[in-house]
Ligand binder design. Structure first.
Ligand SMILES: Nc1ncnc2c1ncn2[C@@H]1O[C@H](COP(=O)(O)OP(=O)(O)OP(=O)(O)O)[C@@H](O)[C@H]1O
Length: 553
């Protein structure tokens, strides 16, 4: 007999973040037309109620919803198909179980466009003859909720940067994220970072056999540290293969979550991690002086680094400081001279788009063939040396190998290398980038383009069409070396330049800026080379980021 159907309504979570204009909880079954049913897909919990495994969703058909219980569901408990029918996409199902004769299903319930919270439905099946069928049905629901490439009950080490973003990481964790991990029965171990570099130490000492995922409740700084901590383990290659590094977006820069979880909402990202698929990620080996470390996101010299790191004194402007810094520097036609040497792989923009399309087709074909089971790839590891791969192109202190093409760029405006597409919610700078194509995407723009052209380019960034602009040099590269130098302003322009620096927040800045994964590094030459598939992340679509790819115009 049906006893009740209701939802948990925890306090509304006021997540202080923007989100992408997309709803991962859209009800696919709602528009899927007639649903093919078979008797094993249907669980009758009452003369008037059934739970059905549809194409993409759990369909709840309950005559009772029309009457007494309707009020409880009027606030949007489940996506509504009709008054008596509701659908919950399998993606949203966090856990289902049968205890005695009670079926309980926890799921992520949309709470506006930007977030979700945990809801549940619960029916008691009192007809004992249905017990075996109910058990099988619940297992079948769990199989759909967690396809074979998705590990259930992930063991998650959560790292919270209490100072990430505006300092809300701890409260976002407690209110928006933890209930979702708990409902999905994840095994969670939480630790706060206490100082810069703490996450490196934690990851270096981590028992990689006891953890599936490190989830950083932070900006992009902590994932950067975790990759580097894992890379310091004795068996570094295995550590980087075993542990998936993920982000619960709680910082001021949340690019990793935008690209892999498709959102910068902490609660939606938590669901994406629960449902995430282990995927390889190329890392970029950086050498600078005698230092060597890995970057997972980006390296910037010139206007992007300056607008980010050089506008600290304008923090009072909030996130607008970046746009302001950018505009001031564009209008001042600021240049950042450098010598740049590159090992290019694809130079033609059409060929880059073609390579992207090919990767999507391959992913679709692989998905159609069936999903591999989520395993820790120990078989692969057995054949691999545990040490990190040697650098193919040497370090920045070595003589430049002949594979590099060198160019002096006295008028460089923007040097920006990316390993992911989104750099911030409105900035898909690298639409053609792929997680594991063994290449970095590199943008070079002259600082001498006219102000009107530069402003025009700025508007193309958010549409993902910057790469198509004729004044933008967009390449896929394997390695590069950049030796930046300070620009000497001619005497007659000195006062104007000083005013520009003051307006742009860089009045006291003495030297140039380089940003690697958004963090400042010394202003001196560095070399970068791609290391294919060295890192591991969780993603929604395996080898493709959550962006719809490069556009042809
Ligand atoms: N307890 C702490 N005190 C000071 N710094 C910390 C602490 N924990 C982590 N950090 C450092 O804070 C830096 C930035 O972290 P994160 O990326 O999470 O935040 P963010 O707000 O996005 O960053 P940003 O300050 O660059 O805007 C990282 O380099 C990290 O090492």
């Amino acid at each position: 007999m049906l006893h009740f159907t209701r939802s948990v309504q925890p306090d509304q979570m006021d997540e202080d973040v923007d989100s992408l204009d997309m709803n991962p909880f859209e009800d696919p079954a709602g528009s899927a037309g007639p649903i093919e049913l078979n008797t094993t897909a249907v669980l009758t919990v009452d003369r008037n109620a059934t739970l059905t495994l549809g194409t993409d969703s759990l369909i709840v058909l309950d005559e009772g919803l029309r009457h007494g219980r309707a009020a409880e569901n009027g606030c949007g408990l489940l996506p509504q198909l009709s008054k008596t029918t509701r659908a919950v996409p399998f993606y949203n199902i966090l856990w289902a179980e049968l205890t005695s004769f009670e079926v309980t299903i926890h799921y992520a319930q949309p709470a506006g466009k930007k977030s979700c919270r945990v809801g549940y439905i619960n029916y008691t099946v009192t007809d004992k003859s249905l017990h075996a069928h109910t058990k099988r049905w619940v297992e079948a629901l769990m199989d759909r909720a967690y396809p074979s490439n998705t590990k259930r009950r992930k063991r998650i080490k959560v790292l919270i940067n209490p100072f990430g973003g505006q300092g809300y990481a701890q409260s976002l964790w407690t209110r928006a994220i933890e209930p979702i991990f708990a409902a999905a029965r994840c095994e969670v171990d939480v630790e706060k970072t206490a100082y810069r570099g703490h996450a490196v130490e934690i990851a270096e000492k981590m028992d990689v056999d006891a953890v599936d995922v490190v989830a950083c409740a932070s900006g992009d700084g902590l994932p950067h540290e975790v990759f580097n901590g894992l890379a310091r383990q004795k068996d570094a290659r295995r550590a980087l293969r075993k542990v998936a590094v993920t982000q619960l977006p709680c910082g001021s820069g949340n690019a990793m979550s935008l690209n892999l979880n498709g959102t910068d909402s902490p609660s939606l990202a938590a669901v994406a991690i629960v449902k995430g698929v282990r995927s390889p990620l190329d890392l970029v080996a950086i050498t600078q002086g005698n230092n060597k470390y890995y970057s997972f996101l980006s390296q910037a010299v010139g206007i992007v680094a300056e607008s980010d790191l050089g506008t600290e004194s304008l923090r009072w402007m909030g996130s607008f400081r970046f746009t302001w810094g950018f505009l001031v520097r564009i209008l001042g036609q600021t240049i950042y001279p450098a010598e740049v040497s590159v090992v290019a792989e694809i130079e033609d923009k059409r060929a880059i788009r073609e390579a992207y399309r090919h990767a999507v087709e391959e992913q679709e074909a692989a998905a159609a063939k069936g999903l591999p089971t989520d395993a820790d790839d120990d078989s692969l590891l057995a054949s691999e040396d545990g040490a990190l791969p040697p650098l193919r192109f040497g370090t920045v202190t070595d003589a430049l190998p002949s594979d590099f093409q060198t160019q002096d760029m006295p008028n460089l405006g923007n040097f920006y290398a990316g390993n992911m597409c989104w750099m911030s919610p409105d900035a898909p700078f690298f639409p053609a980038s792929l997680p594991a194509d063994g290449k970095m995407d590199l943008i070079n723009i002259s600082g001498l383009v006219s102000r009107a052209t530069a402003l025009g380019m700025l508007t193309t960034v958010e549409h993902g069409t910057l790469m198509n602009h004729p004044d933008v040099h967009y390449r896929k590269v394997l390695a590069y070396r950049i030796s930046p130098r300070m620009h000497r302003t001619p005497d007659k322009r000195r006062i104007r330049a000083q005013i520009g620096r003051w307006l742009g927040g860089a009045a006291k800045q003495k030297e140039g800026l380089i940003a690697i994964d958004g963090e400042r590094v010394p202003f001196e030459a560095f070399q970068a080379e791609i290391v294919p598939a060295l890192g591991t992340v969780l993603s929604k679509r395996g080898p493709i980021y959550e962006y719809d790819g490069p556009k042809s115009s």
